[in-house]
Design a protein around this ligand. Structure first.
Ligand code: ADP
Ligand code: MG
Length: 586
């Protein structure tokens, strides 16, 4: 085939612009991105080779090589993984497949007001993958042969990342004996220091130490100049492994530093911020597995998409099996990232098989419990006592942070995970008439209940102000009774699955005839009964006048200042839920 020139998808062009204009403060991450792609490519080959061993050809040892050419001023990352066919190169290197990334990029670049370094931070958090090569390169050449294709069906892909104004890349057919991919960066004038092997090794140690494949570089030697004058480092033909090359989760905990854990998290999650918390355990018993689970610091943009990819990678005896193994974590914990390595599942396990496996069920239960205990620890150390250990003090505010990002999703668990409902209920936090922030637990509330109070009262609304100013709160204010203020869209639904907490019923103040029970004194009860009598004829007329609009009209003791308010029947659909369904187009 002759050379073809193709255009980048519009979002790629935007991303490239952002990458080259706003990521210069953290240039070195490009190497992590490219090594992580090389590692993914090897994982994919290893997995495909389980069913087709011939794909491994005569090179079964998967590895990544990093080399420099000081004369040509290029840096090359080579892997012998799955490779790319011509069409795959066009599809995968010319478009952004992940819809989340795509939306994110178009939003970012759409906002002209945003500062470049702000964008840099944002985009740094998000991960830019392959295109990060353009931070240091003004031209990238990719040469690749997909495993299983003949040598003469390899591909060369070249682009200047839109510097020429065209926003285009070229592909052509080449012959390449070796399977896999090499990515060659033609380094920019201001990025020549990436020709230094010493510098590259430092970056690999920092970001890619935990990659389970060997990363090889050529050894360097000091060569004296003529007659002892000067001298220089020269590369030799000998290759050495420059990383630990063992899967991080298989190493003993005591050998792993928090930095290692954080770097590993960044690689598997494509997040650029350190995780909020993690847990690493080897579980023994009838089902044996290792779990390394992380809670991110920030929620992704598509958090509320319940169909979004799950965050768990499944390995069987260190062999990568699949990403997004949704069977390993309940949907309401979809924000958890991590690795599960099982020794019991078969290597050729499929998604369908996973759904039915008893071992998988045991793993999911085990992982769920682990995450809940991790959250309980965060909650416990959120407000450390004065005499708490330094370690516990370091946890201050972490649960608040978690809750602000993921609390709404956690609530889905009330309707989804009956077995853990009580544990989940303890993890809930709400704003209330005595706290503007979502910091009141149901246990806190109970501890503050008034003498004679028999229910936990709550109100749902779209906003905190709306909830606070609701006329339905008047009598509670007057009597000094705390009411929880709920403003998440999911609250109404979630609470329909939680009728009581620790023996105390939860009651909406916007439902039916709120029964204040013992909180009402005899005089108040009497006044109410008298008013009901007196107003009977008025109510009958009102009821008739409103007969298509209101189910019932009655005298209430819940108002103090307002003349009237709307309420929902005891078992009717709440106004909040009705609004939510309307929004959803039902
Ligand atoms: P991501 O790794 O998150 O999928 P990238 O932008 O890093 O996104 O890479 C885009 C795609 O390009 C990858 O999904 C993969 O299909 C392909 N790709 C990149 N590098 C390689 C490689 N070394 N070998 C094979 N495919 C690759
Ligand atoms: Mg990548």
């Amino acid at each position: 085939m002759t050379k073809q020139t193709l255009s980048f998808q519009a979002e790629v062009a935007q991303l490239l612009h952002l990458v080259t204009h706003s990521l210069y403060s953290n240039k070195e991450i490009f190497l992590r991105e490219l090594i992580s792609n090389a590692s993914d490519a090897c994982d994919k080959l290893r997995y495909e080779a389980l069913n087709s061993p011939a794909l491994l050809e005569d090179a079964p040892n998967l590895e990544v090589r990093v080399s420099v050419d000081k004369t040509a001023r290029t840096l090359t990352i080579t892997d012998n993984g799955i490779g790319l066919s011509q069409q795959e190169a066009i599809d995968n290197l010319g478009t952004i497949a992940k819809s989340g990334t795509r939306d994110f990029v178009s939003r970012l670049s759409g906002d002209q007001k945003a500062q470049a370094d702000e964008q840099g931070q944002l985009i740094g958090q998000f991960g830019v993958g392959f295109y990060s090569g353009f931070i240091v390169a003004d031209k990238i050449t990719v040469e690749s042969r997909r495993a299983g294709l003949p040598a003469d069906q390899a591909v060369r892909w070249v682009s200047d990342g839109g510097a020429s104004g065209g926003g285009a890349f070229e592909v052509e057919n080449i012959t390449r004996a070796a399977r896999g991919t090499s990515v060659t960066l033609h380094l920019r004038e201001d990025a020549q220091d990436y020709l230094s092997a010493w510098k590259l090794k430092g970056i690999i140690n920092k970001y890619s130490d935990h990659i389970s494949l060997p990363i090889l570089m050529q050894k360097e030697e000091w060569k004296e100049g003529e007659e002892g004058k000067g001298g220089e480092m020269v590369t030799t033909d000998e290759w050495e492994t420059v990383n630990q090359a063992s899967a991080l989760w298989t190493r003993p905990k005591k050998d792993i530093t928090p930095e290692h854990y954080a770097e590993f998290y960044k690689q598997i999650s494509h997040d650029h911020e350190a995780p909020l918390a993690y847990t690493h355990n080897r579980v023994e018993g009838s089902t044996e597995y290792t779990q390394l689970l992380y809670i991110p610091s920030k929620a992704p943009l598509d958090l509320f998409n319940r169909d979004k990819a799950a965050g768990i990678k499944l390995y069987v005896k260190r062999v990568f099996i699949m990403d997004d193994a949704e069977a390993l974590m309940p949907v309401y914990l979809r924000f958890v990232k991590g690795v599960v390595d099982s020794s019991d599942l078969p290597l050729n396990v499929s998604r369908e098989l996973l759904q039915e496996s008893r071992d998988v069920r045991a793993i999911r239960e085990g992982c769920t419990k682990r995450v809940l205990s991790m959250l309980e620890d965060l909650a416990k150390n959120n407000r450390p006592a004065d005499d708490a250990s330094e370690e516990d003090k370091a946890g201050a505010g972490k649960y608040d942070k978690f809750y602000a990002e993921f609390g709404a999703v956690l609530k889905e668990g009330l309707g989804e995970d009956f077995a853990n409902r009580e544990r989940l209920a303890k993890l809930l936090r709400y704003a209330s008439t005595s706290s503007d922030t979502a910091s009141v637990s149901l246990a806190d509330y109970k501890a503050r209940m008034k003498e004679g109070q028999e229910a936990i009262y709550y109100i749902t609304a779209d906003t905190l102000a709306g909830a606070k100013n609701s006329p339905q709160l008047e009598v509670f204010k007057k009597k000094g009774i705390e009411v929880l203020l709920m403003t998440d869209r999911v609250d109404e639904w979630a609470l329909s699955h939680l009728h009581e907490f620790d023996g105390t019923p939860l009651q909406s103040v916007a439902r039916g005839a709120v029964d204040l029970g013992k909180l009402q004194d005899d005089a108040e009860k009497k006044a109410f009964e008298e008013a009901s009598e007196v107003f009977k004829p008025v109510l009958a007329k009102l009821k008739d006048a409103l007969k298509d609009k209101a189910e019932d009209v009655r005298v209430t003791s819940r108002l103090v200042d307002s003349p009237a308010c709307l309420v929902v029947q005891e078992h009717g659909m709440s106004t909040q839920l009705a609004r939510m369904l309307r929004q959803a187009g039902q």
